[in-house]
Design a protein around this ligand. Structure first.
Ligand SMILES: [Zn+2]
Length: 598
């Protein structure tokens, strides 16, 4: 482990978990715990809890859980030592010296990737402004796309020369190794020769900057029609394309009222240059729930401005749903006469764009228009189809008020009485609810049988033994006296008794820590288990805590089930003679029991 246990403990002790999580989640006190909407899955009613006393969090919906360190790992996408460092900086605790050296020898850190990215951004920019090297790139950005020098500088745009070695050589001179360059996705590595080469070549370069001002990744665009048109960094220790939004670093200060979501870098840059500094774009991927959650921290109202072709409109429908799920107000901008916002502003000017932006439609208007345009309402059979599609659309809305409003609108559009539409909508909702309930119970059944358990894949092997393992671990996590009893042999239980590898690991780590001076400290388990595993360990403890019967006899009988399971397992492998001997022994015990009673 990189940091000493004492140091980690100090960091956790100084961290106010309520204040930390409160920065990401709106928390309300209810009893001993605080509750809010989970930042790790989409939900409308709060099932995410924080216990300031235990200094833990747990989501009853998606079972994410753990310590303050686990929380930072998950939400900031950091590994365990990075999360400890993050919290240490936050509480103003200086890092121990020797661990900084250890840092360099472990894999490539986020910090190192950020340093490399900054150097690469400087290099790309210098190339663009070099009269010889960057001429082609500058012509494309400045002349062909019409970006001003101020805009090019503002976004830190650059140029990657048409060479396999120019960035690689430059970074080598600065002391970065091949391994580091590949980890940062600045270089690729040839399968054949094993040599590294520049990942981005002959492209104009867009640095992706996070809201703290770090260059986290790059997007590169070709200047002709060759493919791929855009090349983006893959995920690195500093970048996750499912989370980062292009230009959010600028937009975050301008988007309190509303934001514009576009498809590409060029749209965003054109919009910013035209005074719409609240535009952002995803990076070579459709919008994800992670994006939506990040975005919703900065704005509540989003206007989606995707390309006007079918692909763009389908993507807009999906984005509407994802953004709506985190409670954002979503509108859709449909541009006519141009394929994207960049072209629209060039053709019609920014005042005209501002006008159509004001007239952007709500998600419902946009979708119902698309439905109505497909049908001829003067033909009975087509009107029926249109009505059923519109009712299905209204049924998707979670809020009863919204459904009422849209039923009124639909009643006007279709010239049908409100009551008829309302009945139809409610019927669809009842049907959906039944389907949803059935799915829930199927999932519950599957989880009872432990099939498809990612965290403990062996759980389906022996459901009875696995449930005994959970009981045993839950009780041992809950009570120190039980751990003492196992340690002293008063309750007979050892590593070999565990059927599944995951539970065996939890048991041995827990008992090893129990034997140290500091005792079992939940936070420290995070060094050996992934955030998902930490959630499972927390779930095991909470599930046990919620039961009334938590006495030592429960632990004893669960431990007995495990020993029995192991004996059966051994029986399968033993020779016939041993089996006979075992049965004799059992029989003798049985007789003895009878004899005792008489
Ligand atoms: Zn959750």
């Amino acid at each position: 482990m990189r940091f000493s246990e004492n140091f980690i403990q100090e960091v956790v002790d100084r961290t106010d978990i309520e204040e930390l999580i409160g920065r990401y989640v709106e928390l309300k006190r209810q009893g001993a715990n605080l509750w809010g909407r989970c930042p790790f899955h989409s939900e409308k009613t709060p099932s995410f809890s924080v216990s300031p006393v235990k200094r833990m969090f747990f989501c009853f919906g998606c079972h994410a859980g753990g310590s303050a360190i686990t929380f930072v790992q998950k939400i900031e996408n950091l590994d365990f030592p990075e999360a400890v460092e993050y919290l240490a900086n936050r509480v103003g605790l200086p890092l121990p010296k020797e661990s900084e050296a250890a840092y360099e020898t472990r894999g490539v850190s986020r910090k190192r990737v950020l340093e490399m990215n900054l150097e690469a951004a400087k290099f790309f920019r210098a190339c663009l402004f070099d009269e010889r090297l960057g001429a082609e790139g500058m012509k494309y950005l400045h002349e062909d796309r019409g970006l001003s020098m101020a805009t090019i500088k503002h976004f830190g745009l650059g140029f990657a020369p048409n060479s396999f070695q120019s960035l690689t050589d430059h970074m080598h001179r600065l002391g970065y190794t091949d391994e580091e360059l590949v980890a940062a996705c600045l270089c690729g590595k040839s399968q054949k020769t094993g040599r590294t080469y520049d990942y981005f070549r002959d492209r104009v370069m867009f640095p992706i900057i996070d809201t703290s001002g770090n260059v986290v990744a790059f997007g590169g665009r070709v200047m002709d029609d060759s493919k791929p048109k855009y090349l983006n960094s893959s995920d690195t220790p500093a970048f996750k394309k499912s989370r980062h939004l292009f230009a959010l670093n600028f937009a975050k200060n301008h988007c309190a009222e509303k934001a514009i979501l576009c498809e590409g870098y060029m749209d965003v840059i054109a919009l910013h240059a035209a005074g719409f500094e609240y535009a952002v774009a995803t990076l070579g991927t459709a919008i994800t729930p992670d994006h939506a959650r990040v975005f919703s921290k900065y704005t509540q109202k989003v206007v989606i401005s995707y390309d006007s072709d079918d692909a763009g409109q389908n993507a807009a429908n999906k984005a509407m749903r994802i953004l709506g799920e985190v409670g954002m107000e979503v509108r859709v901008l449909k541009l006519s006469g141009a394929k994207d916002p960049d072209e629209y502003i060039k053709k019609f000017g920014s005042d005209k764009f501002r006008q159509v932006l004001e007239q952007s439609k709500t998600g419902f208007d946009h979708k119902s228009e698309r439905i109505l345009s497909k049908f001829d309402l003067t033909v009975g059979s087509e009107k029926i189809k249109a009505t059923s599609e519109i009712c299905a659309l209204i049924a998707e809305y979670w809020s009863g008020v919204e459904r009422e409003v849209y039923i009124s609108q639909a009643s006007n559009l279709l010239e049908l009485p409100k009551e008829v539409l309302k009945n139809s909508v409610e019927q669809i909702r009842r049907k959906q609810k039944r389907a949803y309930d059935a799915k829930q119970s199927r999932e519950a059944m599957a989880s009872v049988k432990n099939f498809g358990d990612r965290i403990n894949p062996e759980a389906a092997k022996d459901p009875r033994a696995v449930s005994a393992e959970e009981t045993v671990l839950g009780l041992l996590l809950l009570k120190e006296e039980y751990r003492n009893a196992v340690e002293k042999g008063e309750i007979v239980l050892s590593e070999e008794d565990f059927v599944t590898d995951f539970h065996r690991r939890v048991f041995s780590s827990m008992m090893r820590m129990h034997r140290t001076d500091g005792g079992l400290r939940y936070e420290l388990l995070g060094a050996e288990f992934t955030p998902d595993e930490m959630g499972r360990i927390e779930k095991t403890e909470i599930a046990r805590q919620q039961l009334v019967q938590n006495g030592p006899e429960v632990l004893r009988s669960a431990a007995a089930v495990l020993r029995d399971a192991r004996t059966k397992e051994n029986m399968k492998n033993s020779s016939l003679n041993e089996k006979i001997a075992y049965l004799r022994e059992k029989k003798a015990k049985l007789h003895k029991g009878k004899a005792d009673k008489t």
